[in-house]
Ligand binder design. Sequence first.
Ligand code: DAH
Length: 342
Amino acid sequence: MNIEETINEVKEEFQEMFAEAHDSESLEKLRIRFLGKNGRVKKLYGKMGSIPDESKPVLGKELNKLKQQITRQLEVRQEKIEEEKKKQQLEEERIDVTLPGTRIKTGSQHPLSLVTEELEDIFISMGFKIAEGPEVEDEYYNFKALNIPEDHPARDLQDTLYLDDLYLLRTHTSPVQVRTMEKTKPPIKIIAPGRVYRADELDASHSPVFHQLEGLVVDDKITFGDLKGTISIMVEQIFGEEHSVRFRPSYFPFTEPSAEVDVSCIVCEGKGCSLCSRTGWLEIMGSGMVHPKVLSMSDIDPRSYSGFAFGMGIDRIALLKYGIDDIRLLQENDRRFLQQFK
Ligand code: DAH
């Protein structure tokens, strides 16, 4: 077969195969088969040496043309394939900007956080600093240093969650009083909000885990009047000016005298309803003048200094403030409930 015929044969073979090649992979295979190092066209060039000189220019041209044609055809189809691919991709990724968007759900602060922050702001505005103490406490700070006697019911296994003979989960934030007095000398003016634990069953008004806010002021010439003034301002700000406060004599081992603080009922305004058990008053905290023994156990001389202290349940304040009747709502994290506090 002469070289001319071979050229035509290669041309035909290419066109036949090209007609079937519709993806990049088959095109690449064709390129290798025809234009590759050992490809058909390369081989034809090899044969050029063995043909008579006068035929070389014509056949050479013919061969060049064939090579260019194959190259061009392959390129054009490859471009087409790529274009097609891009189109398809754009089509698939098309976004309908007129469709309604999906709303991102935003959270809100938990009512307990809201009340805690509000209380902190109130006390900070009166010059208090925030103090902290550990939730795993030892008996000394939780009981002994607060003048709570060995046989006090609070020390009972039924009320306190003990971890071992020495350590327990603090049952109140009052141990932060002691830790603060040990570290700092008067004047002291702190609040200590935090989590506390009791061996209580969970029901509408009790929880084994709840929150308290402790307050302690120690300086020279601190009086019960200072306690009353401070608490009255706090109650006014948290519940509103229309509410009155009353101090009722009470007993706590770590204060003397001690008083329970009541606020006029937020539902009936003192007329008497089921929330306040017809008394017109709601108990919101314990308080009193720091017991001299407590001061001296923490190395503060009760002859030079006096102080007042108070402790309230933050959960209870939140329940009263927002009119919630079940403490469990504060722990279940039901979004329908929490969303109301946005
Ligand atoms: N620690 C007490 C309790 O958990 C509350 C309390 C009463 C704290 C009187 C005080 C206080 O600081 O002076 O029931």
